[in-house]
Design a binder for this molecule. Structure first.
Ligand code: ADE
Length: 248
């Protein structure tokens, strides 16, 4: 497989991406999605590494009606579709914040490199649709990257809610979730459509099975988790840059 020369980092929220955009000195790229007539919500900042790879940081943009970031699977699928169609990346890195699980060793501030992606909130108990609902995809194999980072690994489960009902919690346990967030499985689905290798790096803002209200813990730790992404993602980019994708 050819070396990665175009690297797309896909985030949901501006606040998650901003420290990395600033650290890499990326510039707004208003032409990135010009192939689409009319306005699209996702936004792109672009630049080039010293080794010559193009780096695009794509965020899901702001909802026109509600004035908040387009978090969740719809925004993620739209922005990943446009990223694949317009920017033709060699690899997609989904980056963002997430909930962790104390019972599986997770702590606030942890960095996870995904092994597997599943949806935990698409329950369709009809043969065939049940597996479609879970929509499981494997992350692109990254044993050397994981060893270099020395980070935790595990299954990333996606759903469109920040909180977790009792049913969610039961399914998250059945799926052996180490990470709970709101985009990765949708991004994996679109990446698979376009046959683009995809990995995910998530930093933990809150503990799903911990004592604190998720939204409070998430908001309290969002800035430090985004700062952690700003520290770890340049290492990921440098590792991928120009490397054969079968050698990650
Ligand atoms: N993003 C950060 N924490 C999360 C959680 N607990 N669930 C879903 N998305 C998240």
């Amino acid at each position: 497989m050819a070396p990665a020369r175009v690297i797309a980092i896909v985030f949901a929220m501006d606040a998650e991406a901003r420290p990395l955009i600033d650290a890499l000195g990326l510039a707004p790229n208003p032409r990135a999605f010009a192939r689409v007539a009319g306005s699209v919500p996702m936004r792109c900042h672009s630049g080039r590494t010293a080794e010559g790879a193009d780096v695009h940081v794509v965020t899901s943009g702001t909802c026109e009606r509600h004035g908040v970031c387009n978090v969740g699977t719809v925004g993620a699928a739209l922005s990943t579709y446009e990223t694949c169609a317009s920017l033709k990346p060699d690899v997609i890195v989904n980056a963002g914040t997430a909930g962790g699980f104390a019972k599986r060793g997770g702590r606030v501030g942890d960095v996870y490199l995904a092994t597997t992606f599943k949806n935990h909130d698409r329950r369709i108990p009809i043969p065939g649709y049940d597996a479609y609902g879970v929509g499981e995809y494997e992350a692109w194999p990254t044993p050397k990257l994981a060893a270099m980072l020395g980070c935790k690994r595990g299954t990333v489960c996606t759903g469109n809610s920040l909180d977790a009902t009792e049913t969610c919690r039961k399914l998250l346990d059945e799926h052996d979730a180490c990470v709970k967030e709101m985009e990765a499985a949708a991004i994996a689905h679109v990446a698979h459509l376009f046959k683009v290798p995809m990995i995910a790096v998530k930093t933990i803002t809150d503990i799903v099975d911990g004592p604190h209200a998720t939204q409070e813990e998430f908001l309290a730790n969002l800035a430090s988790a985004a700062a952690a992404l700003k520290d770890v993602l340049p290492k990921v980019i440098a590792f991928i840059d120009g490397r054969d994708m079968n050698d990650l």
